[in-house]
Design a protein around this ligand. Structure first.
Ligand code: MTE
Length: 334
């Protein structure tokens, strides 16, 4: 696997290199407190605030239309890890409709026509309907969330996504009592997607979640990243982001959201049942038949020969999502 280098004239300061005024004033206040010997508890509160203020300041790459999002208050929605460079996040992709090489989506996805675009909500809901993308974007306030995303192939990224919790949409369409799962269907248009029709996967690319997973506040409907609308290669105009699951659950370029009673067959599950289970929770203790899931390489940071970093249970979101799987054998339900 080729790992891109951090070259390019595309660097911008990382949030941690920018000190917002409020933070810098708090720092001066802290120095005063220290001088008077009353710093103890105030120090802990200040450190927390500074971390949040840093995380909120994600500079725009200036490539596409702006799509700002307010800092999210969803628990776990903002990791303080170093952001992956926009260039790496938008040129090292999996989007098989545009080719199987990591560079193919950035090269080929300019043909994707993202307007007009509708997302159809159907199946076991009281209020099915078709949403034009402009209405879907406005359905709830845009938030910025900095998520780790780990691919089953052993690499990971840290990306500031812009969007809102999928639960906002789900609440509006009112699932019926019999709805237990949600199926996500993505665009399969041979005219604009050169690899649709290739035998690598069954098209359209389909993914699924249990209804309670889909309702979890961390599950995101994302319309942008790095303060701008989504680049085509990352799943424009709207995709799913499920940070505690392997990247392939985060389906790109959604056209249908269907509420169903039975566990949906997903594209990867159909392609190789033994390799890709329905749950696909990041789990360092359950290896994929071809790749260890114990460690990972951060794109743009860890070179091929660098010591790999340890993969965390549920990709580090165990405190938020662990209870969804209480009592389940995660080796069986991989
Ligand atoms: N969605 C569609 N429609 N087609 C795909 O091939 N690939 C998945 C997922 N969503 C894929 C998709 C895989 S394997 C991964 S790892 C992530 O998208 C990659 O997202 P990124 O390129 O934005 O990092």
């Amino acid at each position: 696997m080729l790992i891109p280098s951090r070259d390019s004239g595309f660097n911008y300061p990382h949030p941690s290199e920018i000190t917002p005024r409020q933070v810098y004033e708090q720092r001066r206040q802290m120095l005063k407190l220290m001088a008077t010997g009353t710093a103890g508890a105030a120090l802990a509160a200040w450190a927390g605030r500074e971390a949040l203020a840093q995380a909120a300041a994600v500079p725009r790459p200036g490539r596409l239309a702006a799509l700002p999002g307010a800092r999210s208050s969803v628990a776990g929605a903002t990791t303080l890890e170093k952001l992956t460079d926009y260039k790496d996040a938008s040129t090292y992709n999996n989007f098989y409709e545009f080719g199987t090489d990591k560079a193919d989506p950035a090269r080929n996805a300019h043909t994707l026509k993202t307007a007009p675009w509708t997302v159809e909500v159907e199946g076991l809901v009281k209020k099915p309907g078709k949403y034009g993308i402009e209405d879907l974007i406005k359905l709830s306030a845009q938030e910025e969330r900095i998520y780790r995303l780990r691919c089953v192939e052993g690499w990971s990224m840290v990306v500031p996504w812009v969007g809102y919790s999928l639960s906002e949409l789900i609440k509006r369409v009112e699932p019926q009592g019999s709805a237990k799962y949600v199926e996500f269907v993505t665009l399969a248009d041979k005219a604009t997607m050169p690899f649709v029709g290739s035998r690598v996967l069954e098209w359209p690319y389909v993914e699924g979640l249990r209804l309670d997973e889909a309702m979890h506040p961390l599950t995101m409907l994302a319309f942008g990243m790095y303060g701008e609308v989504m680049p085509n290669q990352n799943g424009a105009p709207v995709r799913l982001v499920v940070p505690w699951k392997y990247g392939f659950k985060s389906a790109k370029s959604l056209v249908k959201i269907r509420f169903v009673e039975k566990e949906p067959a997903t594209a990867w599950n159909k392609a190789a049942k033994q390799e890709y289970g329905f749950y696909s929770n990041v789990n360092p203790e359950v290896d994929h038949p071809r790749w260890s899931q114990a460690t990972e390489r951060r794109i743009g940071e860890d070179g091929l020969f660098a010591k790999k970093r340890k993969t965390l249970m549920f990709n580090g979101y165990e405190a938020q999502v662990g209870q969804l799987y209480a009592g389940m054998d995660l080796k069986k339900f991989y």
